[in-house]
Ligand binder design. Structure first.
Ligand code: TSB
Ligand code: ZN
Length: 584
């Protein structure tokens, strides 16, 4: 989808269209007061205080009609520059704009406003010449938005819209938007009964329903096996720790705003953990290690809690209770490159298995000028960053560098993907860390008998099972590959009177082979059952009639195909097991 904000021409048009929206709203609701109306990736929005008026679905077409009227009227959009005093005077009855003006420094910024007909708005510009140019727009939705994004402040009403320079551009965009909405994992997750939420559990706390849980279990088994093969040692640890644990790790000082508040139990003060690193550090420290034991790879499917802003939580993609596919790799400094290479290899391998192609590698480095954010050891940073670059180059991977985005404890590599709706998110991550092992006073005995501090690689291949599943739902539109589908096979006897017995035997045998099979023995027409199987996105439907009974055969259809294939039952079983092995 086009990024409006990054398109110079459309960005100006959308900004002007936000003013047009505000003018129309002012005509319809004279009490309206306006906060800010920026251009965003998807178009524009305006945050508006409508007093007692609460917007409903019916209001958007009315506002749109008023916008069209103003546009036809064709007033010019005129810029005026003001001194701070003049601006304060001009907007003296508007507490929102006064708030903006009072924070402006007139020595640094020119204060300007734009007028179109009877409407003036404080604005930096630029704008189109006349409202006449704003012809192809659409108001998309509205939502609540706290003033300045702070939940202690008043709730304003945010109206979203988009504007194009041609009718075709607008229509194409709206079609794409519909398509994206139909891929939205929140919609598919509901339709396919994968997960749910409930106010009584809380925001950002998904409940995985049986179908979703089946998918997650497959993901867990899959990645466990891969990690086990690479020598990972999996552990279980509690999802709380004492505040002292997080003081030792530094999270209490650096990460507190992302954590749930602490709770007191007897004499101990606990906190729900936002990360698993501290627990894994303690596990490493539980034993004496020789340089020969390293790398030690401690993995866990670990539940974490993070305080995410209520406006930011989104389905399974951004949650407050998540399960990381986490591991901490304890390595000697000379093993960093090799171990990092293995992690990148694993990421590539997994993405290949899932057929994920649209992703970007981002290498986050320190800003060498920023001595405050990053611990000061030029040599260590330079070496580490060079090592990571070298590995990426060895794989011939394309990546981009983000200066100043490294964590304070070391550089990192993230994999970014684009959800159906909304900005890019990180799935996989691999972060180098020189500090945490020091804070926990971890060591190993080196070949010369001296104590050395290991380096830690924090890595999560799926990121979290939550986010990865959200992404997978959108990638596949809910048409999961055979090995992941909650129900893999649907067995339909053509006529219950004659073919049910054979169908039951086939189901039995497939179940014994560990396939997830459903028998559709309802007294419905065959065509109806076939149609239903398509809607429910079951990958393979078996249709068993007299010919199949007589010859001990299977006729099957794949989801989305109208072709029927007939095989002997044995051939069919071989076909299934091949597909499972190939993760097709
Ligand atoms: C990899 N300590 C490291 C760990 O060892 C860590 O926690 N890194 S993280 O903060 O980047 O989180 C790991 C992954 O969790 C991210 O890459 C992202 O894919 C996923 N994630 C982060 N926040 C959320 C969230 N609110 N909802 C769902 N997934 C999330
Ligand atoms: Zn970690």
């Amino acid at each position: 989808m086009i990024n409006i904000k990054e398109n110079e021409k459309l960005s100006v048009m959308n900004h002007s269209c936000a003013h047009l929206l505000a003018q129309a709203v002012k005509h319809l609701y004279p009490q309206a007061k306006f906060w800010v109306g920026p251009v965003v990736e998807e178009g524009f929005y305006y945050d508006i205080d409508l007093g007692d008026k609460t917007l409903t679905e019916e209001d958007l077409p009315l506002i749109e009609r008023e916008m069209k009227k103003i546009s036809k009227d064709g007033k010019r959009i005129v810029r005026h520059e003001l001194s701070k005093q003049e601006a304060l005077e001009m907007f003296k009855d508007d507490s929102y704009k006064l708030d903006l003006i009072s924070r402006m420094d007139e020595n640094e910024n020119v204060i300007s406003c734009y007028t179109q007909g009877d409407f003036t708005d404080l604005c930096r510009g630029p704008h189109v010449e006349s409202v006449k140019e704003l012809k192809y727009f659409k108001l998309l939705k509205f939502s609540g938005a706290y003033w300045k994004g702070d939940s202690n402040n008043k709730m304003l009403q945010r109206i979203y819209g988009v504007c194009f320079d041609t009718e075709e551009g607008l229509n194409d965009y709206l079609t794409e938007l519909e398509e994206a909405k139909s891929r939205d994992h929140r919609k598919i997750g509901k339709d396919m009964e994968l997960f749910m939420a409930h106010d009584l559990v809380g925001k950002g706390m998904p409940l995985w329903l049986p179908n979703g849980a089946l998918i997650r279990k497959q993901l867990e088994n899959y990645i466990y096996e891969k990690e086990h093969k690479q020598g990972y040692l999996h552990v279980y640890t509690p999802c709380v720790g004492t505040v002292d644990l997080y003081k030792t790790s530094g999270h209490w000082d650096h990460y507190k705003e992302n954590m749930f508040p602490s709770m007191k139990v007897d004499e101990e003060e606990f906190v729900l953990r936002p990360m698993n690193c501290p627990h894994h550090m303690l596990i490493y420290g539980n034993k004496i290690h020789s340089y020969k034991d390293l790398p030690i790879r401690i993995g866990e499917f670990a539940t974490d809690f993070r305080y995410e802003a209520s406006g930011a939580v989104k389905g399974l993609e951004r949650v407050r209770c998540m399960c990381q596919n986490d591991a901490h790799l304890f390595v000697r400094p000379d093993q960093i490159g090799e171990e990092f290479k293995k992690v990148v290899g694993l990421i590539l391998d997994v993405y290949h298995d899932f057929g994920i192609k649209n992703y970007k590698f981002r290498l986050s480095l320190r800003d060498p000028e920023d001595k405050e954010k990053y611990f000061d050891d030029d040599q260590m940073w330079n070496e580490a960053e060079d090592t990571l670059r070298k590995v990426l180059n060895e794989y011939g991977i394309e990546y981009y560098e983000a200066i100043g985005e490294a964590a304070f404890y070391g550089p990192k590599l993230d994999v970014e993907v684009k959800p159906a709706i909304g900005p890019e998110v990180t799935l996989s991550t691999c972060q180098l860390d020189f500090l945490l092992p020091r804070r926990f006073e971890l060591n190993y005995i080196d070949s010369d008998g001296s104590k050395k501090t290991p380096v830690v690689l924090h890595r999560a291949i799926f990121g979290t099972f939550d986010r990865f599943t959200a992404f997978l739902i959108e990638e596949t539109k809910g048409n999961f590959p055979l090995w992941l589908a909650p129900v893999q096979l649907n067995v339909i006897p053509v006529n219950n009177d004659y073919h049910l017995e054979y169908a039951q035997k086939v189901v039995e045998e497939l179940k014994n082979l560990d396939y997830r099979v459903e028998l559709d023995d309802r007294n419905e027409k065959l065509s109806y059952k076939m149609r239903e199987a398509q809607v429910s996105k079951i990958p393979v439907s078996l249709i068993l009639g007299q010919k199949e009974v007589d010859n001990k055969e299977i006729s099957y259809r794949l989801y989305g195909s109208s072709e029927t294939v007939t095989l002997s039952f044995d051939e069919f079983k071989k076909y299934l097991s091949d597909r499972m092995k190939n993760k097709q």
